[in-house]
Design a protein around this ligand. Structure first.
Ligand code: 2P0
Length: 332
């Protein structure tokens, strides 16, 4: 049967990906480094069959059409070429967290899609090949193929063969590390990360400085992670996140992702640290929802503090999660 289902988890970058060196191949200007989260997930079923008259994709029950569908079809075509399976495909995918709100739904969805599509076509790709395939659906998806802590290597080659994610440490390396996601708004963001990062590449004078700085941030973050030294990791993570927002704010016209509530949450995290000695640091993707990095023992205190802020819709606490896995139960 040419049908398979995959589940993958989102990842949150500790050192961010912001800007491409090649848009068509999804090659990043810099390497990045992330933690795959347990708890939240995307589940995707893919079937290839002559019964279907055309490729069809449904996300959380909504059909995907037009230009958005083309992005999926590029991945299907790659898998058709690799496998020789040459018939239409049906895809259904569900997310158990808000899409397009800075919670990296495309990362979990992209990794689950690449895995389920390759399995449905009978391919048995290794983690690095699956990471390369996921990358070409959505860059950050390549970091969700494996679990724990993954580095997406920028690579040097123009064809992108050396640009994929590798696991730096498994989830068991630091099982007590937590990310507390503060959902400030589940609403769709004004500008996609894809458009915004390209806008930064083209118009922000700070982009070159970003590219220059990332290798230093990345080396320090990896060392701190390997030592399980949150006091060293947290400050680099916080600074690196602020740097992508500085690059985006330097674009013309500027790109803003923070909402008033985002600043309130950030203030609360900094005050917990400064006034109460809690080891908590924030990061922020291309959206309004801060994510707080802390130890398991401090997560309830962080969550309790953020819950007091009016407007915070939901708090989700997650530890390091596993990579993509195959499920026997299908969505259709
Ligand atoms: C990251 N983000 O490292 C950064 C931080 C957003 C801010 O990866 O164009 O959806 O599909 O490669 O992967 C979001 O960008 O962009 C992202 P494409 P993607 O997590």
């Amino acid at each position: 049967m040419n049908k398979a289902t995959a589940r993958a988890h989102p990842n949150i970058a500790l050192i961010k990906y912001w800007g491409k060196r090649d848009q068509a191949l999804f090659l990043p200007a810099t390497s990045s480094f992330s933690m795959t989260l347990d708890g939240l997930s995307a589940t995707t079923t893919v079937e290839f069959s002559e019964r279907f008259s055309a490729d069809q994709v449904e996300l959380d029950g909504r059909p995907i059409e037009g230009k958005a569908l083309l992005r999926f079809q590029m991945l299907f075509d790659r898998v058709r070429a690799l496998s020789g399976v040459d018939c239409p495909v049906r895809v259904a995918s569900t997310n158990d967290f808000p899409t397009a709100a800075g919670l990296a739904s495309s990362a979990a969805g992209g990794a689950a899609l690449a895995a389920a599509t390759s399995w449905a076509a009978g391919l048995d790709l290794g983690a690095h090949d699956l990471s390369r395939l996921s990358r070409q659906f959505s860059g950050s998806a390549c970091r969700s193929v494996e679990g724990g802590f993954c580095e997406w290597r920028r690579g040097e080659r123009p064809d992108g063969q050396d640009s994929f994610a590798v696991q730096v440490a498994p989830p068991a390396h630091w099982p007590s590390l937590r990310m507390v996601v503060a959902v400030c708004s589940g609403a769709e963001k004004p500008l996609s990360s894809r458009a915004a990062m390209q806008h930064s590449v083209e118009t922000s004078p700070f982009f070159a400085a970003w590219v220059d700085q990332v290798p230093r941030d990345l080396a320090l973050a990896k060392e701190a992670l390997l030592r399980r030294d949150l006091g060293a990791l947290g400050p680099i993570v916080e600074t690196n996140a602020c740097r992508i927002h500085a690059v985006a704010l330097g674009a013309h016209p500027p790109t803003f992702y923070m909402r008033p509530l985002t600043i309130e949450v950030i203030d609360a995290v900094q005050s917990l640290r400064r006034d109460e000695g809690v080891g908590a640091w924030f990061t922020l993707d291309a959206g309004p929802n801060p994510v707080v990095l802390c130890e398991e023992k401090d997560a309830p205190r962080v969550a309790a503090r953020l819950r007091r802020i009016e407007g915070v819709e939901r708090l989700v606490t997650a530890g390091p999660g596993e990579g993509v896995c195959r499920l026997d139960e299908h969505l259709f």
